[in-house]
Design a protein around this ligand. Structure first.
Ligand code: HH2
Length: 269
């Protein structure tokens, strides 16, 4: 049964190099145990990924990514809805065969795989690819309008292919400066107004490190593990703007925040 609050997608990175938890869950048993912990904390979906997409990350060979992801998806999918975080047809296909019912696609190109399998699809916006996306100063005219136009075009492709569950995601930090990220969050209602489900992932991201540092009056960005307040503040912002799902590392806290957004503040009439 769907919960009476916005959805929380918990992150399980089966990688040695993810920016906030790289190496902690590379071992399958540790990854499954972490996923089950996130389920106990209230995650609605567990997102299993075998390739880091942090800026500068090197691509992972197919066989390696399959070996990281598929056993973890197979172990978790009887317990919870599982999404697979991948850019590869072969990995998405194998993860679906192992029980995944959502393709979390940072390349926004796997609509046919999702359509053929009858599963959901998240199309995310990224400028370039993870190896290079932050190297040159990312530039846009109107970042919100450009990202929205791209996502609507991709989502329409998905709809035409026959995908029934479609999500769009502005791709916070994927070829974007802190100012671009803030503009996308500030005008998230424009993505919501497209009518597609909106998912956002700000959790522990770098722009929060800079903002939290500024709030502290310290010059150094706050490290990834110390960005909880920023992650929660932005999750609440996204939910309040109408996002249906937030991707989070700190699931218990995000679920609590989502409950407050959906059950708490009401206009006085
Ligand atoms: N961000 C990350 C990974 N997957 N998927 C979607 N749809 N949207 C995002 O913004 C997004 C994503 C990056 O976070 P993380 O998985 O924690 O790190 P890494 O890519 O280094 O594994």
């Amino acid at each position: 049964m769907a919960p009476d609050r916005p959805l929380v997608m918990g992150v399980v990175n089966v990688t040695p190099d993810s920016f906030s938890d790289g190496g902690r869950y590379l071992d399958h048993e540790a990854a499954v145990a972490h996923g089950l912990r996130l389920v106990a904390e209230g995650a609605d979906v567990i997102d299993v990924g075998g390739e880091s997409t942090r800026p500068g990350a090197e691509p992972v060979p197919d066989a390696e990514e399959l070996d990281r992801v598929v056993p973890v998806v197979a172990a978790l999918s009887p317990e919870v809805r599982v999404s697979v975080d991948t850019r590869k047809v072969v990995v998405a296909t194998a993860a679906i065969a192992a029980g995944a019912t959502l393709v979390n696609d940072v390349s926004a190109s796997l609509h046919q795989v999702a359509a053929d399998a009858g599963v959901g699809w998240v199309a995310m916006h990224m400028l370039g690819d993870p190896r290079t996306m932050q190297q040159r100063n990312p530039r846009y005219g109107d970042v919100v309008a450009e990202v929205a136009a791209f996502l609507v075009e991709r989502a329409e492709r998905g709809r035409t292919a026959g995908v029934r569950e479609l999500w769009i995601d502005p791709g916070i930090g994927f070829g974007k400066t802190a100012a671009h990220n803030l503009a996308l969050l500030g005008r998230l209602d424009e993505l919501v107004a497209t009518g597609f489900g909106v998912m956002v992932a700000t959790s522990r991201k770098r722009f929060l490190g800079a903002l939290l540092a500024r709030a502290d009056g310290v010059d150094e960005p706050v490290p990834a593990g110390d960005r909880l307040e920023g992650s929660l503040a932005t999750a609440v912002w996204c939910y309040a703007a109408g996002a249906g799902m937030v991707r989070a590392h700190d699931v218990a806290e995000t679920v609590a925040a989502a409950r407050i957004v959906s059950n708490g503040p009401r206009p006085v009439s």
